[in-house]
Design a protein around this ligand. Structure first.
Ligand code: TYD
Length: 201
């Protein structure tokens, strides 16, 4: 049996990491074997690329998009595809939908061209479900105190990214938008219910 690939998405401070942690615990209680991964990173090469893309100086927008895609291609091949083939669930803190929202929308590269790049490098290893945790940019931004190169672009940039996620959710069947203004436990319950339902469709 093949596993289930669930990606958690959202702007800074949306609570993805907390929900991911609680979700892994809940799946364990249900006897469902899962792994958690994050992007960018999750492999030796991916962690090197993460340092480059999040902590270097100015970068051309397509160079940025290509580095995220490179990290993701390595993670898909080395970690995600084998886990899914073993029947495990993969809970991912971010996915190529981050690139659609941040590079496609935020950087203005265009969602469709960034989608083409990523769907090429991923070679079919795509999330079964993408849940966007929707938070007001001002609230999310105030929660995050440590800012990487992309977080330093400020709240106006986060606003464009949040809007891009909302557009994706409106037009893409794989994407569900959830209001993140509830407790992490309640949010996790909602994510789990949607995932279990999708799993059996
Ligand atoms: P991360 O430490 O995962 O931040 P967060 O806690 O906000 O999830 O850093 C990832 C940063 O990189 C974040 O600012 C979003 C950005 N990013 C992109 O711009 N494009 C991408 O494809 C990915 C995966 C992340």
């Amino acid at each position: 049996m093949s596993g289930f690939y669930l990606a958690l998405e959202g702007i800074e401070g949306s609570g993805k990491s907390t929900v991911g942690r609680i979700l892994a615990q809940r799946l364990g209680e249900l006897g469902i074997d899962s792994i958690t991964v994050r992007e960018p990173g999750g492999t030796d090469l991916g962690e090197e690329l993460r340092r480059m893309v999040l902590h270097s100086g100015h970068m051309a927008p397509w160079a940025e998009a290509a580095l995220f895609a490179a990290s993701r291609a390595q993670l898909a091949t080395e970690v995600i595809a084998p886990a899914l083939a073993d029947g495990r669930w993969v809970i991912s803190d971010r996915s190529y939908y981050s690139s659609l929202a941040y590079q496609g929308g935020g950087r203005g590269l265009g969602v469709e061209s960034v989608r083409r790049l990523n769907e090429t490098v991923l070679d079919g290893v795509l999330p079964d479900l993408v849940v966007v945790l929707d938070v007001e940019p001002e609230i999310g931004f105030a929660r995050e105190t440590e800012r990487d190169r992309i977080g330093q672009d400020g709240v106006a940039f986060q606003r464009v990214v949040a809007e891009s996620y909302r557009m994706l959710a409106a037009h893409d069947d794989r994407v569900m938008l959830l209001d993140a203004g509830v407790t992490p436990e309640a949010l996790t319950d909602a994510v789990l219910a949607i995932a279990l339902e999708r799993r059996h469709v």
